[in-house]
Every structure is written in structure tokens, then in C-alpha cells.
Design a protein around this ligand. Sequence first.
Ligand code: BG6
Length: 465
Amino acid sequence: MTSPNVGDSGHARTRTLLILGATGDLTHRLLLPGLAHLLATGEGQGLLLVGSSVEDWDDDRWRDRVREAFASAGRKGELLDGVLADTRYQKADVTDVEDLRGLLASCEPPVAVFFALPPSVTARACEALTHVELPAATRLVMEKPFGTDRAGARILNRLVTRLVPEDHVHRVDHFLGKSTVLNLLGVRFANRVLEPVLTAEHVESVDVVFDESLGLEGRAGYYDGAGALVDMIQSHLLQMLSLLVMDAPPTLSALDVRDRKAQVLRATRIWDDDPVGSSRRARYTAGQLDGRTFPSYVDEPGVDPSRNTETLAEVVLTVDTWRWAGVPFRLRSGKALGSPRKEAVIRFRPAPKIPVGLSGCERPDRLRISFGPDRMSLDLNVNGPDDPFVLEPVTLTADLGPGELSAYGEVLSGVLNGDPTLSVRGDTAEECWRIVEPVLEAWRKDEVPLEDYPAGSHGPKGWPS
Ligand code: BG6
């Protein structure tokens, strides 16, 4: 057994978080601030942080980057200071076997390797790792999209599970680390009053909507090859859907939760098996939003207009189980939209019989879980304050806690504690591609028109928002 590293801080370093792609935007904007949140809660004792990329950086420049990112998270403390003092940078080409060997040999095991890299580079790095003896208990952490189609995801799954066991692979979907998404578990399974009515007998339809005001934000290199369907629906929204409709797991262990999610995703497919009639796509044109002028998507730097990449996507799905068959699930996500809306809305069927003599009840009951501001609300009909025989709508609301950790803090907590509950299991990653593939295929063949909408609007005319 190797003896633990003792860093400049004087503390023993007993495990490593190795970030590949350490000089990139993801590391700076999300990963390091998430780590700061985690360390501030007291988790991550003994952690050695090693950054690596092909850039010619040195320890000081890297340490400045970490310091800045920790400061942006607004967190301080002894653990953060220690990690900062001992962190180091090592230049490496992650597709080169010798470089990877040297990098891993310099880390204190066990090592969590975070691939903060584009998927194609991650795949090449994994290929190179097959020639390297990995330290015991290595964990591999990879970002979405996992593969670029179902066949690619399967190949990547085979590759990574040649390196480490499946429960040591953390396929990150940071929505699973969002506290509001996790709040679905409490709302659904800790209340007698809600769960029994979440069935096709009582629910008319479900919407999962994530409309953003953000535009491309300089991410053409990735986004133009993905589009809204792959960027948001294939990953985040299907994950949210699975938590919203899965049966109650007996425990929140990785096995129970991920089995339940996988079960419903296996039963999910395009409504009516009709990808043309059950999907829409659109792309933003120039417009004004929050006082900013947005150029047309096709004029954004790095965009290739001939790719026909959509910035707004909608699909309707069925979850073909006894509990949900017949209920349409509409998943929608888009960019550069005015009045952003991020929520899951469960719309209930009308009451079977309103007694004659009561009037005015028009609005369906709805349960709404909003993601930012994090809130749950229930639309009901009650007797009006003036005339008790005239019904009026009311909304009961509860704010849901934002949680102590950011989504990436939560993700890293799972990685460092060796708990893959909040990461996407390999079979599920493949299922999510299987679900959207008929739509991708129909769009490739141009069987669904690519509509447009001005940035700052609610989407194309005639679409429900
Ligand atoms: C990312 C997508 O995964 O999630 C982005 O690539 C999107 O396009 C983002 O804007 C939304 O997540 P959050 O947590 O930033 O609201």
C-alpha cells in the first residue's frame, strides 16, 4: 500500500480528483464552484485536486484559476484552503497512453477521473486508458452527451466497463443534482394524498418544459452539432420524466432508484409511434430579449446554417405501463425565449360529476413543480368568497428549498462518496437515445418543418407555450 501524500498544507492527501480538460469552461464555471460548495460542507477531507489539459499551464496559473472559481462560489474554509495549497497542474495529452500513465501514477489513489471534455475526446481518452493499469477503485466521471447515438452509447458503455465496473462509472446529468428535481422524491413519495392520483385514471396530460432566455452564449462548437432535442430532451428532460413517473423505490439506494427509472424509460416511446406527428422543431431569428439584441441563430459565430439545428424542440411521448398508458407527456425545451418557464405540470382530468347547483368551475386541477424559482403549487377549485355556490380557482403554493449544494456539488458528492445514485446508468443512457432516435431520423429526412420564432417571443405562432 502506498503512503498518503503530504502536501504543502501539511495535510495527508488520501484520494484524488483528477480533472481532464481542466483549463476549459465547464471546469471553471461549474465544476470548481461545485467543489467549493462541497468542501464548505466538510465533505472531501484528504482530497488532492489535480488539473490537467494540453495547455501549457503551470501550478501557479492553475492555482489562480481554482482560487478564482472558489471565490466565485462565495465559499471559504480550512478545507478549501488546504485543497488550494496542495493542488497541482500537469500538462498531458489525454489521448496519449504514456501521458495518461504518468498522470495517474502521480495521483494518490483512489482516483476519480473527471472528463470535462467533448464526448469524442472522452471516447479517445477511454480507448487510451485500456492500455493503462488503473489504480484500484478508480471512478470515471463523464459529461453528457454520452455518445452521439444509441449505437455510439453502446460502444462507449462497453469500453468504459472494460476499464471499471458499471457502478464506478458516473455519467453526469447535472439536473439529477438539482435540489428541485430531487424534491420530486419527497413530494411524490412522502405524501399519501398525491401519489394515488398520479395515474392515467386521474391525469389527463403532463408537460415537462424547460424554456430558457439564454441564447447560444458562444457554444456553437458543441450546440450546433447537438440542438435542443439532444442537448436538453434526450438527457435532462427524460431524466426528470423518469423521476416524475417511476414507481416508488423501496430505498434511495443506487440499485433501487436506477432500476425504477430504467423500468419506465424502457416503457417510453414516441406517442402513436409517429415521430412526424408527435414532434416539432424551430430556430430563433433576430430579436430583443431582456434589453439585449440577439442575432438570428444562423448568424451566431460558428453556426453552420445548413445543419438545420433547432433551438426549440418538442416531443410527445407515451409511457406504456398499466399506470400511465394513454397519458401524453409533452417535453419541450428551447433557447432565447421570452418569459422563460421551467416546470413540470401535471394536469388532472375534470371531476367526474359537479353537483347541479355549483357553477363556475372551469379550470382543471394542476400540480406544478417549478424549477427556479423552486416551488410547488396546486391549482384547485373552491367555493367563492361571496357566493358559496360559485366556484373559484385558488392556488396553494409551497417554496421548495434551494439545497445547500449546487447541482455540481451534489454530483461531486456522489462521486467522492462512491455513490452512483444520481448518475445515469449505462442501460438508461442507451434507452434515452432509443426514445428520441425516430424523431432525429424524421428531422434528418426533413419530414418535420423547421419553423422559426423571433428571439424574445414565446416560440412559433400556433405552438402551445
Ligand atoms: C446544459 C445545457 O446541460 O444545461 C445548456 O447544455 C442549458 O444548453 C443548461 O442551458 C441548463 O441548465 P442550468 O443548470 O444552467 O439551468
